[in-house]
Design a protein around this ligand. Structure first.
Ligand SMILES: [Zn+2]
Length: 70
């Protein structure tokens, strides 16, 4: 089941297995190549993506963009 706010800023984490609430969390996000927008993730999921990116020597996908920093 996908939450209607899945992947949205201050909505729910975009990882289907997670979908944690993002309110009061950092606004980690990555570029959404499908729409050109951003997809949002909770901090633990953002860390997991970053760890995997390091491991596979890929560019870091999750970041906090300037407009979302609070
Ligand atoms: Zn998550």
């Amino acid at each position: 089941m996908n939450h209607p706010l899945k992947g949205k800023k201050n909505g729910r984490c975009n990882r289907t297995a997670c979908q944690a609430p993002l309110e009061d969390d950092a606004n980690w996000s990555m570029h959404d190549y499908m729409t050109g927008g951003r997809l949002y993730y909770c901090t633990p999921c953002a860390r997991k993506f970053t760890e995997a990116d390091f491991r596979f020597r890929e560019p870091i996908r999750c970041s906090i963009i300037e407009g979302d920093a609070s």
